[in-house]
Design a protein around this ligand. Structure first.
Ligand code: CA
Ligand code: CA
Length: 360
């Protein structure tokens, strides 16, 4: 076959294929499609905010909101107008895509309070649709996890629990440092915080926090609750979460809980060791009527059976020290960083602890 014949054959085959495709309706004709009758009013979706509450940090009094919305129509959108609390924000005409408009509008420095965001859209046939989203801008923290009763984020230069609004008593001169999120508690020699146990402790109790170790003190109390005693080492009630030397220069996190007559150890051995130079680690502990557990980075490092906690003569939770009542073995102030401290009135499950760890 000559070269020209080959060309001819290819052309012929192509023509046949196109003809066949047209016959089967695979190729659109080039005439304009009739848009049809306008059947429906525009449909509006407000993408943001979509919740009833827009939560901002408790240290803030105002925020910017980027309102996101989308309008769709079966034939043609001709105009869109948006308003906040009845005041016009913006209006839109002349769209590249007649049938779908997706955009956003930023309002700056909106104060705490209640708002009504409204989107109005009109189509070419004069049909209109209005969509309203009412929301509140709030800086009041709401519990994020089951049983969460205490949350201290160490923001805004205050040692305040945002759920019970407890301001911790400050002993010595702790400060604030770079946190896991924002700022953190920064320990100092002979320094710690206390909050009353009243209203926080019960037959079930858990704690969770992020911890960046400063191992220049080889012993320290992390979170401790002990009854007063001349020995500064009475362990039959309350609990003691503390650290002391582990293997190979590491520091070991240990939990000791009192059942009213004796104390029980939850010592995970090397599994509960963290490097003396470790970056942020997540630590959690749970006290249930029949079981206690200690977690590091979402994984259980020690758990065991228990007969129920006693809070006899335990008036205060110490944060970042064994002081004042558990210094008998030199577990004094922790110079480390502590952030995102939470207490719970339930024994968290392993899944719940891991969720908190994964959430960062
Ligand atoms: Ca329409
Ligand atoms: Ca923080």
């Amino acid at each position: 076959m000559t070269r020209n014949m080959k060309k001819f054959n290819i052309l012929f085959l192509s023509t046949l294929l196109i003809f066949a495709a047209c016959q089967d309706g695979y190729i659109d004709d080039i005439n304009p499609v009739d848009a049809g009758n306008d059947e429906n009013a525009p449909a509006i979706t407000i993408g943001y905010p979509s919740s009833a509450v827009v939560l901002i940090p408790f240290t803030d009094e105002s925020t910017d909101i980027d309102f996101e919305f989308e309008v769709r129509d079966d034939i043609e959108i001709t105009s869109i107008a948006i308003a906040l609390n009845g005041q016009p924000l913006e209006s839109y005409q002349g769209f590249l895509d007649f049938r779908r408009v997706k955009t956003s509008f930023k309002s700056e420095n909106l104060a705490l309070g209640n708002y009504k965001f409204e989107v109005n859209a009109t189509d070419a046939s004069g049909k209109t649709t209005t969509k309203v989203h009412e929301f509140e801008i709030s800086n009041i923290y709401a519990a994020k996890y089951p049983g969460e009763i205490f949350y201290m984020p160490f923001e805004g230069n205050v040692y305040m629990d945002l759920l019970g609004e407890i301001t911790a008593a400050k002993i010595g001169s702790p400060s604030f440092g770079a946190g896991k999120a924002g700022r953190a508690y920064a320990g100092a020699t002979d320094s710690y915080l206390t909050v009353p146990t009243a209203g926080l402790v019960g037959s079930e109790f858990s704690g969770s926090f992020w911890y960046k170790i400063n191992a220049s003190t080889t012993h320290a109390g992390l979170v401790t609750v002990s009854p007063p005693d001349p020995s500064n080492n009475k362990r039959s009630s309350g609990f003691r979460l503390f650290r002391e030397p582990g293997a190979s220069g590491n520091q070991r996190i240990k939990l000791n809980v009192g059942n009213g007559t004796a104390d029980v150890w939850f010592d995970g051995g090397t599994a509960a060791d963290i490097s003396a130079t470790a970056d942020w680690v997540h630590i959690a502990f749970t006290i249930a009527p029949d079981r206690c557990a200690l977690y590091i980075n979402g994984k259980v490092v020690k758990d065991g059976s228990f007969t129920g906690v006693s809070w006899a003569d335990c008036d205060a939770i110490s944060i970042a020290s064994g002081a004042p009542n558990f210094t008998g073995w030199n577990h004094k102030s922790d110079l480390s960083l502590i952030d995102e401290l939470r207490f719970f009135d339930k024994a968290l499950t392993a899944e719940e602890v891991n969720t908190i760890f994964e959430d960062n």
